[in-house]
Design a protein around this ligand. Sequence first.
Ligand SMILES: *[C@@H]1O[C@H](CO)[C@@H](O)[C@H](O)[C@H]1NC(C)=O
Ligand SMILES: *[C@@H]1O[C@H](CO)[C@@H](O)[C@H](O)[C@H]1NC(C)=O
Ligand SMILES: *[C@@H]1O[C@H](CO)[C@@H](O)[C@H](O)[C@H]1NC(C)=O
Ligand SMILES: *[C@@H]1O[C@H](CO)[C@@H](O)[C@H](O)[C@H]1NC(C)=O
Ligand SMILES: *[C@@H]1O[C@H](CO)[C@@H](O)[C@H](O)[C@H]1NC(C)=O
Length: 250
Amino acid sequence: MTCSMFLVTYAGAALLLAARVSSALNFTVSNGQIYTPGLVIVNAPQPSTPLGGDTIEVALDVSANGRLPLPPYPEDSPSVIHFIHIFLSSYDTNRNLTITNGTASANNASLSDIMLQEPGSTVKHVKWTWPDCLVGDGSQQQGLGETDRGAYNVSIRQSFRLNGQDHYTVFDLPISVSNSIPASDSRPSCDVLDNPLLTPEEILASADAMSVMFAPGDATTLQTSRSGAGSLRRGLGWAGLAGLCAALIM
Ligand SMILES: *[C@@H]1O[C@H](CO)[C@@H](O)[C@H](O)[C@H]1NC(C)=O
Ligand SMILES: *[C@@H]1O[C@H](CO)[C@@H](O)[C@H](O)[C@H]1NC(C)=O
Ligand SMILES: *[C@@H]1O[C@H](CO)[C@@H](O)[C@H](O)[C@H]1NC(C)=O
Ligand SMILES: *[C@@H]1O[C@H](CO)[C@@H](O)[C@H](O)[C@H]1NC(C)=O
Ligand SMILES: *[C@@H]1O[C@H](CO)[C@@H](O)[C@H](O)[C@H]1NC(C)=O
């Protein structure tokens, strides 16, 4: 049996409900992983999935599939993730809700630094309670009273250093908030989580234009340590020791 890798780059016109929506969907997906212009690889959700339930779970591999060690990074590491911020935003509903900006708000309505959760795990399962304006069943017009249900982007913002150079990129993953989300007194307020919406032009200007990395066949290499000794000093264990041995043999 050969071990085959599936690399699917699909480009499709999203001919959604309204004719004015005709943005092209163009994602690089391999074995269910969605590659981004950065060190993060998305395991879930898949593009254009209808979502609901009590929470949304965004599963992110933060190790570039094993190429990047977890923090704390060695001080001199040429490649690190500075932070990952995630927003749930929509030009249809004019909402821009904070999922995580590094600082937890009351009752974890927005979440603290996701790099620190699940220590030891290269995949961070970011679980966020749907806030009140998304309660309902069906799409936008079918909520309970006023709702902001409908088409959204899970907007993943990465600040990172790749091989000595700092970058900031934006990756928008479309989802549809259209499955049932039950009402509950414990749902956070959308208004408290809301941020101003910037125009697409402003966002383009604020971010680096990079193509997706680390998909099968991509030649990007990731430098993680300048010296084996540096890794060892920071207690990276066997990986650090192996680095040191390699340095000594040479
Ligand atoms: C999602 O983001 C893309 C740009 O990355 C934008 O064109 C699209 O309008 C956004 N979708 C919604 C529902 O706001
Ligand atoms: C918020 O999340 C953090 C980390 O996941 C957890 O330790 C803390 O108990 C949570 N706080 C509340 C009020 O739920
Ligand atoms: C993080 O997001 C919360 C909720 O939107 C907001 O109240 C807080 O001011 C934000 N913090 C920073 C540092 O942006
Ligand atoms: C949503 O708000 C955040 C924080 O203010 C901002 O960085 C981001 O660009 C905004 N997203 C959109 C689509 O305007
Ligand atoms: C899809 O994205 C890839 C790289 O990110 C790019 O080379 C290609 O031209 C894009 N295709 C379409 C149809 O936009």
